[in-house]
Write a protein that binds this ligand. Sequence first.
Ligand code: TXA
Ligand code: MG
Length: 347
Amino acid sequence: MATCPIGTDVSRAAAVLRAGGLVAFATETVYGLGANALDPLAVARVFDVKGRPRFDPLIVHVASADALGPLVAEFPRRARELAARFWPGPLTLVLPKTDRVPDLVTAGLPTVAVRIPDHPLALELLRAAEVPVAAPSANRFGRISPTRAEHVAEQLGDRIDYILDGGPCRVGVESTVLAVPTRRVARPDQRERPTRTDETAVADSERPTLLRPGGVTVEEIEAVIGPIAAPSWEFSAEGEAAASPGMLSRHYAPRTPLAIRGAATASPNESPGARIGLLAFRPPVSTAGFAAVEVLSPTGDLREAAAEFFAAVRRLDALGLDRIVAESFPPEGLGRALNDRLRRAAK
Ligand code: TXA
Ligand code: MG
């Protein structure tokens, strides 16, 4: 199958975006599948190419906070503090949108998700394109996110126009998505509440809500703005409306069935004869009986593990194993994002 060109030609990639085409590009988290966010036809192609349901809104990427002026109706204090601390970087803020943002981008929601990615080529592309870029992860819907240009080429290479190759993604898990309450839009799970009289007081007392754990940790966010709320739901059934429509229970999935174990109990013994792969956070005590083993971090470093996570799942998935057993991660820092991805990948 013919695959699109892969390279580092930023002006070519920018021209493709301006002409309504699709460019996959490296960010520090995962590769994104980008389209001009202000061009509904181009955005529609993103949904089609990914096989993504239209109820799942996209993140809009810009090169500077100034570029958000026409897109975001309100930028509350806590959002500004977080942007000042973490942008460019793996934090996505959900804020009230203006009419400039097409409904297709936000799946009809009154909010838009925005971020400035921390990757030199992505920033060059966004500056050269001179348009905001709507970009989901550049994988087929529900499958493993891409952290290398060749991952994108494998899944989408025959359906898009260019792949901007920025090498392996440094962070390796997607951005943290945080809804920051404002006067205009209450927290997603509180939208049905009756309007109160002192709207400013309400806005200040409501906590931002974590919609997806990711590259910026909860600990880092809380150090800047104080306590945030975890969503009232953990998993939503496939297709069910959720606070963040993309948080479906099954996602990031390899073809091989994946089961999660505590580190100490990861053992292949339960099914004699089966070819089982082990996805281990740190070097396991024993690898006996496993047909393949991926160790994410020899030193037990969550950052290193995150950077390698999706690529390692892909490598195991390519071996035609009967099952993958994955160790859960310590439930802190990036471990939360990794456990979240594991739970959604499991079946
Ligand atoms: O790191 C990332 O965030 C990558 C890179 C390419 O930037 N992008 C990414 O996009 O992961 P995607 O489409 O795979 O995930 C976007 C997430 C989904 O869970 C979606 O539901 C949520 O952001 N989201 C987008 N707009 C939203 C909104 N207005 N309200 C609530 N959640 C929103
Ligand atoms: Mg995704």
